[in-house]
Design a protein around this ligand. Structure first.
Ligand code: GLU
Length: 272
């Protein structure tokens, strides 16, 4: 019994230390709110030439941080890619992931989600002059680019099968890396959330075409530690306040341009 109790104390002490150093990273500052964010998605999360971050996810992150009591200079953005979002949270490298992060049952086994704060759908981006793709069925004999660790390429691989995956799917670290492949005709399409694709299309007028036939429902959540219900509740309250005080609408208008017309009303937060 005695040995066991000492063991438990050691484990508790180790856990407490891990808690203290979590999110401090190299800056060693545990008083910061560290947010995992995309850096190559215009309109959502994009690193600017001056090193700052811009986009809808960035605005959501800033709003939540403020509601949780962090001054603007206490927010630290950390580059996330689709594939490292769960591990960032699980390892305590970030306090939250706000990175076009769809709430899924699979992910809910590893992390938890506040929100959703936006709902979009999986869609397709082609070259502007390619008229051969008008919906998801047309992708069954087309080369498609996606991001590793994303639910988007997985949905296509599940639909079309392993042979299709081997023959037609190219996976990059991020969607930004798919753009030159589409331009150079190494792939025929990029498939992921319409929000992301609309941002790319707007960035290069005349080059690409958003097909506009969404074939999934992607609910963007704030990724948090699996068992941290207290923070999840606070973040949900912050998200609801962002909806009700007009800040959500402002962020939609500021970041999505023309595409913002698809987001007239905020979604309902799903507390659990
Ligand atoms: N929302 C989808 C996901 O969470 C696709 C976008 C992304 O990979 O960030 O996987």
């Amino acid at each position: 019994m005695r040995v066991r109790r000492i063991g438990a104390v050691v484990i508790a002490a180790a856990a407490a230390m891990a808690g203290l150093t979590a999110c401090g990273g190299d800056s060693g500052a545990s008083d910061k709110f560290v947010v995992g964010i995309k850096i190559d998605q215009p309109g959502l999360g994009q690193k600017q030439p001056d090193g700052s971050f811009k986009g809808f996810d960035v605005d959501v992150a800033r709003y939540i941080a403020k509601e949780l009591g962090y001054a603007d200079d206490k927010i630290e953005f950390k580059e996330a890619i689709s594939a490292n979002r769960e591990s960032f949270i699980q390892q305590g490298q970030v306090n939250a992931v706000i990175a076009t992060y769809s709430i899924t049952d699979d992910r809910k086994k590893k992390v938890s989600f506040a929100g959703p704060y936006l709902v979009t759908g999986q869609d397709i981006l082609t070259r502007a002059d390619d008229t051969t793709i008008s919906g998801v069925e047309d992708l069954k004999a087309k080369k498609v680019c996606g991001a590793q660790g994303s639910s988007s390429p997985k949905r296509l691989a599940d639909k079309f099968g392993a042979e299709w995956k081997a023959q037609y799917l190219t996976e990059q670290q991020g969607y930004g890396a798919c753009l030159p492949l589409l331009e150079n005709k190494q792939v025929d399409a990029i498939s992921t959330d319409a929000t992301i694709l609309a941002g790319f299309a707007a960035q290069s007028p005349g080059k690409f075409r958003l097909v506009g036939q969404p074939f999934s429902e992607e609910k963007y959540g704030v990724g948090l530690k699996l068992d941290d219900k207290a923070t999840r509740d606070k973040v949900n309250t912050a998200v609801e306040k962002m909806f009700s005080d007009g800040s959500w609408k402002k962020a939609v208008e500021a970041n999505f341009g023309e595409f913002g017309k698809f987001f007239t009303t905020p979604p309902a937060v799903e507390r659990y």
